[in-house]
Design a protein around this ligand. Sequence first.
Ligand SMILES: [Zn+2]
Length: 349
Amino acid sequence: MYGVVTRNADEVEWEQFGRGFYEVKDVTGRAAQPLTNAVNMISCFGDTAAANSDPQLVPVDDAGNRATRDQRYFDWAYICPTHQKYQTGLLEIISDSAEANPAVRLDDVGFPREGYCRCERCTRLFETSDHEDWPAWRADIITEFVEEAVKLIPGRSYLTLYPDPYPSHLYERAGLDLDALSELIDEFVIPLYDIHYATTYWLEALINGFQTRFADSTVSLAVELYAVEVDIDNLVQATNVAEVYADGVYFGYDASNAAAALRRKHADNQSGETYGPWHIPHSVTTAKNRCCSSKGNLRIWTGYWWIPTRAVEPSDLAVFRENVYELPPGHAPRRSLSNWLPNRYSLSG
Ligand SMILES: [Zn+2]
């Protein structure tokens, strides 16, 4: 599944994209009317305009540092997740979005960083709570907010994650209890932004880390790539890497460039995408079944096709033959595998 992330309403239905995400409220605080033909996106606790208009909304750490753009760590201002009036307004925006379109995406969910928030209200709420453990209290605040939000979302729910798959980092940083959230949310979207994608090994490593993290969960994983002025061949390559692991690949903020990359990718596939010695048509690389396992250098998509994770060598043939030729009944390949094997590699040999 390919999608676009945009602030332009007319881009959400371009034919190249199966899914359009539309920013209803972004981190600057800019607001727009939800669309009926898009997954509306809401920046939850990132809102520079709200923070500027009411300093009481801004989280502080125990040294009194406010989570605003003046601090070196923050690119936008944050809002304290326990501010009741702000949260009520936020849930209203989510509700309005869900009325326009049943699928909704929640962005910027969580506390700004380790050590936040120590505002008067948070201190009081923690002290009067049943919790003795402050990180656990923080995580409960966020989980409860997401619970309230998804009650308002009748369709598919998305939540954006900061791209750090290291165990416990998101819990410590933002108060995200990923196990609890993965029970509530249908799909996590992981933005892996670069302005070049001249190398892609780090994409592979990060997505693989998230996939391992959620191996026992039914939650879907999608990757969001930055499309603005990225070289098209590099964007195609980044997409090829991302889609080996992710259920969806979404392109941020340059629909034209993203559409061009998908056209190029499609054309490449039509003319024969080559991994090592084997020619693999597009139908093979778009396996939809999440049920997969790794065998050597191949990812085997049970009952479907297979995707190579690197150039395939003749020595991989045994793995290929063993796993793809022994499909369960009812899952016979639609086309003979030999269609895209060069003659010199015989499957029956
Ligand atoms: Zn607070």
